[in-house]
Write a protein that binds this ligand. Structure first.
Ligand code: CNA
Length: 245
């Protein structure tokens, strides 16, 4: 089957589905100019100026022990305030408006689904747009992080931390439970732009009981064998073709 046939098949599946859930990762936002972690030109393969891997830098231990270096890396590599939604984000918003898409479950922290207007978005790994004081819990927006150099501090003197789930930190239980509920009740699960190697997010697939499991990813994933349809094309392009159809 060539890629056009696969996209035609996906359009038919969407047409016949009533409860779609989308589960996505960093690949959803690469066409908006935000690098992912594991692609050839992703952050893991590009920026290792410091002898540590980005995975070590974006960890709880590193945040606690090297907060300033953490923030230098974080500001440069994980905040893209001016990025705009691409055709994948826009397509998903349209499917939500049509009443077909029931939820977006994302590992992304970039807020682009909300910028596209989607409402039912569950952020498994948090968001760069929310930050809080580790001392008094006061909330801060993204500007506080961008506009301050070094370690951002609260007016109480406490260190401000992004509301982003770092490696070694647990996921929010409520968001995980809502995600499990949506995935176990949908008829079609579209998974896109994720290498599916980060747990427990990737283990969510096991809760799918529906009819159509679709995987849209540029590269292979460990779960391709489970899918009814695999599309190895840029996801923004796939969504723009689907909407044309
Ligand atoms: P990942 O491990 O970097 O995998 C991304 C996957 O997407 C790879 O398999 C790529 O082949 C694929 N891909 C890249 N571009 C496209 C595209 N245009 N169309 C289709 N597929 C594409 O990222 P995961 O999300 O799987 O890993 C989870 C981490 C990455 C989460 O903790 C995120 O918070 C974190 N992250 C998020 C962002 C963001 O918010 N935009 C950016 C970088 C990393």
């Amino acid at each position: 089957m060539d890629s056009n046939e696969r996209i035609n098949n996906l359009a038919k599946i969407i047409e016949n589905s009533k409860k779609i859930v989308f589960f996505g990762g960093a690949g959803v936002s690469t066409e908006s100019g935000i690098p992912d972690f594991r692609s050839a030109n992703g952050i893991y393969n590009q920026k290792t100026k410091n002898l540590l891997s980005p995975e070590e830098i974006v960890s709880h231990t590193y945040f606690i022990n090297h907060t300033e270096e953490f923030y230098n890396f974080y500001r440069e590599n994980l905040i893209f305030k001016d990025a705009k939604p691409n055709n994948c984000h826009i397509g998903l918003k349209k499917l939500e408006d049509m009443g077909k898409l029931k939820a977006i479950i994302t590992q992304n922290i970039d807020g682009l689904h909300q910028k596209a207007g989607s409402e039912n978005v569950f952020e498994l790994h948090g968001s760069v747009y929310r930050n809080f004081c580790t001392g008094c819990n006061k909330s801060y927006g993204i500007e506080t992080i961008i506009e301050n150099e070094g370690i951002p501090r609260c007016e109480c003197g406490g260190i401000i931390k992004p509301d982003v789930v770092l490696y070694e930190e647990p996921l929010n239980r409520t968001i995980m439970n809502i995600s499990i509920d949506h995935i176990s009740h949908c008829d079609t699960l579209i998974i896109g732009g994720t290498s599916l190697v980060v747990n427990p997010a990737s283990s969510l697939i096991q809760y799918f009981n529906g009819k159509n499991l679709i995987l849209i990813n540029k590269s292979e994933t460990p779960y391709d064998y489970m899918a009814n349809l695999v599309i190895n094309q840029p996801i923004g392009e796939v969504f723009s073709q689907i909407l044309d159809l």
